[in-house]
Design a protein around this ligand. Structure first.
Ligand SMILES: Nc1ncnc2c1ncn2[C@@H]1O[C@H](COP(=O)(O)OP(=O)(O)O)[C@@H](O)[C@H]1O
Ligand SMILES: [Mg+2]
Length: 315
């Protein structure tokens, strides 16, 4: 990686709360213009990591830089140059869309006379041009989230931190948020986004899986699925599905047998070669087999398999 193109880096970042380790030795780097996703279940340590990167929380150990500034010594310089949509981004319910935007733009130092132009630039890109005078309490959740993003963009940050921006948001708003994220990244803004939606992780250039405070895997979504996944996946369409799960798990043919929508995913080394055995087993248990196909693993498959091996081996 070219030194000049790095927008963020951490080295062995740690956060302890009393005896609990919320972030455990995390090191990664994000390039300029990259969309980098932190993916992991609730409590994994994603928000704590972001709060340390923005100087809102002191690291217990380790170092980091954002836009070339040290996260401990130059936190103020970082905060001036980044946008942050936190999980609890506080909009003022009794104020209008324009008033909220003006407030946050002011906090970030945008001059008063520039506000109208800024609103004209940014509100249409989040689909709120017609809502300038609507009070936030009358906006749906998805629109609020889009307004939060607009507020975080008022000062044209070089780096945008989005913490679960689409949690509980309607599909249309999700689409709009992601379209805007692509646009921003294309124009050189670096994005660090957390999500627990696996399909959204596919939108990132690179992702890191965070689990119990540790970074357990990193790479592009494609590389994760093809290189890091030594095992293969069988997609099994059968009926009835519940007893089939039990039969397949009891047979110990795979590392993981899980329900995936209306089908079963069986994950394990050389899964493709086990298709005849699976068919035989299900038929012997009066389960009708509609289809069995070997497929490329989804990120969810990769994630589940990786977490199981972390749980089993502690690494
Ligand atoms: N201020 C705090 N004091 C004690 N524990 C905390 C504090 N903040 C977060 N934690 C704990 O650290 C862990 C990671 O939390 P968090 O970073 O919010 O996870 P995520 O954002 O991935 O859901 C959780 O177990 C959480 O309860
Ligand atoms: Mg969080």
């Amino acid at each position: 990686m070219n030194e000049n193109s790095i927008s963020l880096s951490t080295q062995h970042l740690v956060k302890r709360f009393e005896h609990f380790i919320a972030v455990d030795d995390i090191s990664f780097a994000v390039q300029r213009g990259e969309i980098y996703g932190l993916l992991g279940p609730n409590g994994a340590g994603k928000t704590t990591t972001i709060r340390m990167l923005l100087g809102l929380l002191a690291p217990s150990a380790g170092t980091g830089t954002v836009l070339g500034f040290d996260i401990v010594r130059h936190a103020e310089a970082i905060r001036q140059r980044v946008g942050y949509v936190s999980q609890k981004f506080a909009l003022y319910a009794d104020l209008t869309v324009a008033e909220n935007f003006n407030f946050y733009a002011g906090v970030y130092g945008v001059p008063r006379r520039a506000l109208a132009d800024k609103r004209r630039d940014i509100l249409p890109s989040v689909g709120l041009a017609a809502e300038e005078n609507t009070r936030v309490k009358n906006l749906a959740g998805g629109s609020r989230q889009r307004l939060a993003l607009a507020c975080a963009l008022a000062h044209q940050p070089a780096f945008l931190f989005l913490d679960e921006p689409t949690a509980g948001v309607d599909p249309l708003s999700r689409r709009m948020l992601w379209d805007l994220v692509y646009d921003l990244a294309e124009r050189g803004t670096t994005i660090l986004v957390t999500t627990h939606y696996m399909d959204e992780a596919e939108n990132c250039n690179r992702i890191a899986f965070i689990y119990r405070g540790k970074l357990v895997a990193e790479g592009s979504p494609h590389a994760m699925k093809t290189e890091q996944m030594r095992a293969a996946v069988l997609e099994i369409d059968c009926d009835p599905i519940e007893p089939a799960l039990g039969v397949l798990r009891a047979a110990h043919l795979f590392d993981e047998v899980a329900l995936y929508g209306a089908q079963i995913h069986a994950i394990g080394e050389a899964a493709g070669e086990k298709i005849p055995r699976v068919r035989e087993l299900l038929l012997a248990n009066q389960i009708a087999v509609k289809d069995i196909t070997a497929i490329l693993p989804s990120l969810e498959d990769v994630f589940i398999t990786r977490l199981r091996s972390v749980d089993a081996n502690g690494a």
